[in-house]
Design a protein around this ligand. Structure first.
Ligand code: FAD
Length: 287
């Protein structure tokens, strides 16, 4: 995947917990293919089965659905050797892009624990991938700071470390405040980081779910947005309608600020994301 000097449109999906839902996922991806996304990314869970599914789904996206795939990969509960094995499987399936993450702890654990024989930080994973695999490497960026970072300065220094270690692009965490996103971009660039920053957009469709997601990833829901959502919180259709409107407004404004990519957290649903993307005037697609 060429990630430099051009705008990219992308979507994120996750491996469904139940096998029955895999066809729904592929149907959603086929639906989103009309927008000719530059890539679709597949998350990597803490448990073993979801991990196998990440490679399997990314391979189907790449080889059967013929869309560029970006496989997420984390350091959680993995040794260097296990990570090298996953990289080997990605190569076997012609997957050329990986999002290198430290990862969140499994559900039953409070905090991330560095596995024996494994890595403590994403920057170490980036170093390994850059040394051992010919892959385009993405990393995570946090406009509101990573929740565990002692300061924004420390978190920005970490981002720089990941880029110096070999990252080719950055995808940002959910953030509903464009001013924060743009200030973050300025601060990242002020450190001499020049790789593209793809902005993560989460079209809201359920009140309880967004409360949970926001608290998990440390995203603030601006008070005006929260008030509107709260007023219609019992009516999913209204929440989704407002979520679509908000995501359109947020994306349109960012496009005027010449961002280098929009990455939609689809939550494996296509209808609401389609409504957002079909409304936007996106930069011309250059293959
Ligand atoms: P790191 O960059 O390693 O940072 C983790 C923390 O350590 C930060 O606070 C950082 O400031 C600090 N730090 C880093 N290096 C040092 C150092 N040398 N000394 C001291 N402190 C340091 N999680 C999943 O489990 N699976 C996924 O598929 C997934 N996909 C994601 C996709 C995107 C676009 C984003 C933004 C996040 C995703 N996450 C995923 C969540 C991510 O794994 C968590 O946010 C995790 O807690 C941190 O991962 P990281 O790669 O940013 O870690």
């Amino acid at each position: 995947m060429q990630t430099n000097n051009r705008f990219t449109l992308s979507f994120e999906v996750f491996p469904p917990k139940r096998d029955g839902n895999i066809e729904h996922l592929y149907a959603a991806i086929r639906d989103l293919k009309v927008f000719r996304p530059h890539f679709i990314s597949v998350t990597y869970g803490a448990g073993g089965t979801t991990r196998d599914k990440t490679v399997e789904i990314a391979a189907t996206i790449k080889n059967d659905l013929e869309i560029e795939a970006l496989a997420h990969l984390t350091c959680v509960q993995s040794t260097r050797r296990e990570i090298a094995e996953v990289l080997g499987r990605l190569r076997e399936h012609n997957i050329e892009n990986v999002l290198a993450l430290r990862g969140d702890p499994p559900q039953d654990e409070q905090e991330f624990v560095q596995p024996e024989g494994g890595f403590g930080y994403a920057s170490e994973l980036v170093e390994l991938i850059a040394a051992e695999a010919d892959l385009s490497i993405g990393v995570a960026g946090y406009p509101e700071k990573h929740p565990e970072a002692i300061s924004m300065e420390a978190d920005l220094a970490n981002l720089k470390r990941k880029v110096t270690a070999g990252a080719d692009f950055i995808i940002t965490q959910i953030c509903f405040d464009n001013d924060m996103i743009l200030r973050y971009r300025e601060r990242v660039m002020a450190q001499g980081v020049t790789v593209p920053i793809k902005i993560g957009i989460f079209p809201i469709f359920n009140y309880k779910q967004i409360q949970k997601m926001a608290s998990l990833c440390g995203a603030t829901i601006p008070s005006a947005l929260h008030e509107k959502l709260y007023r219609v919180s019992e009516k999913d259709e209204e929440v989704e309608k407002y979520g679509i409107e908000y995501a359109i407004g947020q994306s349109e404004k960012l496009l005027t600020d010449e961002i280098e990519g929009l990455h939609f957290y689809s939550m494996n649903r296509s209808t609401h994301v389609k409504e957002v993307v079909s409304t936007l005037s996106l930069p011309k697609h250059s293959d």
